[in-house]
Ligand binder design. Structure first.
Ligand SMILES: Cc1cc2nc3c(=O)[nH]c(=O)nc-3n(C[C@H](O)[C@H](O)[C@H](O)COP(=O)(O)O)c2cc1C
Length: 361
């Protein structure tokens, strides 16, 4: 049985427990993409309350690949200083901390740059069908270099490593998925579709060294669960230390799932990956883990190596303590207000309830 407070080795680092904070964009940065004091307090608070690893939200590696004009970035040296403050705030409490490096692809905001994709397609966004332009080989190489440069800046800021955003229809996911119809070395076989992600991993490993943690947040079913596992195997061979499993382009609702299980389909993808990668790299489950009981269930039954928490930790920074020690906490009530997206306020009403009670930092 793996107790939630058991330390775990991830790559060359040790995480003090099994609770990790999932990336959650706040859309509060200025056009310069710099981290403000808000971010330092936001992440520092979750570290202070025991979270073992903090994954800082989707961080743009290049301004034209942003998912919103208000996204934070690591595309310029001027952005390093702000990130260093997040690192200091999290390390002070013994948490590992990594930023999630991101390039939009099919998820690019129109105000930031062109919609680009491995192949020219019509991409459905809401009611609209938007034409996405095919990336050329030099462009692919340039974006790969942007990831590597951003990872080097992350290292300079003091981060323990990086996570690559390889799910939710963003560029690394686009390459691995069925929208990739290329016939060159970046399309066709699973190995070729994994090549973009693998090239980034190898480049970061070379530039940042063996100690630097490299994690990939993968889609667990693009185009199928089996193929996603095969893609992730290439990522691991290329040097990825840690997998978080989420969803991607493929609709998960059609996947078979035993409704009697206490966890949902997306978390179930993580369970399948964990079974497959047991003994190779740690695997984290995410999605719908919003009660302390469910987090403990997944860990104690060894269905996941770590649990990755988004809304639960937005609602209550002390959710980690509730899982570890059974202390009371304010539950996320799934109002979805935090998911409204760019331009909206992200104040979680559950968090507001306790604001003056404990959130001094
Ligand atoms: C406000 C908000 C922002 C998010 N931002 C990101 C992000 O930056 N990167 C990412 O991979 N997922 C992002 N997600 C998805 C979460 O990391 C997580 O996968 C999802 O919320 C399901 O987990 P939960 O049930 O614990 O909330 C975001 C979710 C929310 C609600």
């Amino acid at each position: 049985m793996a107790a939630p407070d058991m330390p775990i080795r991830i790559g060359k680092k040790t995480c003090k427990n099994r609770i990790t904070m999932a990336p959650t964009v706040k859309f509060t940065a200025g056009e310069d993409g710099k981290v403000t004091d808000f971010f330092v307090k936001h992440y520092g608070l979750r570290a202070q309350h025991g979270c073992g690893l903090i994954c800082v939200e989707a961080t743009a590696v290049s301004p034209e690949g942003r998912l919103a004009p208000t996204q934070i970035g690591l595309w310029s040296d001027e952005q390093i200083e702000g990130h260093a403050k997040i690192v200091e705030a999290c390390h002070r409490y013994g948490a590992l901390v990594i930023p999630q490096l991101h390039y939009g692809g099919l998820g690019t905001h129109p105000a930031c740059g062109p919609l680009v994709s491995p192949s020219p397609i019509l991409w459905k966004r809401g009611e609209q069908e938007l034409p996405a332009r095919e990336l050329t080989i030099p462009e692919i190489h340039r974006i790969r270099q942007c990831f590597i440069d951003a990872a080097l800046r992350a290292k300079k800021a003091g981060y323990d490593g990086v996570q690559l955003h390889g799910c939710h229809s963003y560029l690394i996911n686009d390459f691995a998925s069925a929208v990739n119809q290329r016939t060159d070395e970046y399309g066709g076989s699973t190995e070729n579709r994994a090549r973009f992600g693998c090239g980034i991993i190898q480049g970061i490993r070379e530039a940042c060294g063996e100690e630097f943690l490299i994690s990939m947040r993968v889609s667990g079913c693009d185009p199928t669960v089996e193929e996603s596992i095969a893609t992730a195997e290439y990522y691991v061979k290329a040097g990825c230390d840690y997998l978080q499993v989420s969803n991607g382009i493929q609709d998960v609702s059609a996947l078979p799932h035993d409704e009697g299980l206490p966890y949902n389909r997306v978390a179930g993808l993580g369970v399948s990956f964990h079974e497959h990668f047991r003994g190779t790299v740690p695997v984290s489950c995410v999605n719908g883990i919003r009660t302390a009981e469910l987090a403990r269930y997944l860990l104690e039954n060894e269905l996941a190596d770590t649990v990755d928490l988004a809304c639960g930790l937005l609602a209550d920074p002390a959710f980690t303590e509730a899982i570890l020690n059974g202390t009371p906490y304010v539950k996320c009530f799934s109002c979805k207000r935090c998911s409204w997206g760019p331009g909206h306020s992200h104040i979680c009403p559950a968090l507001k309830k306790r604001d003056n009670e404990v959130w001094e930092w």
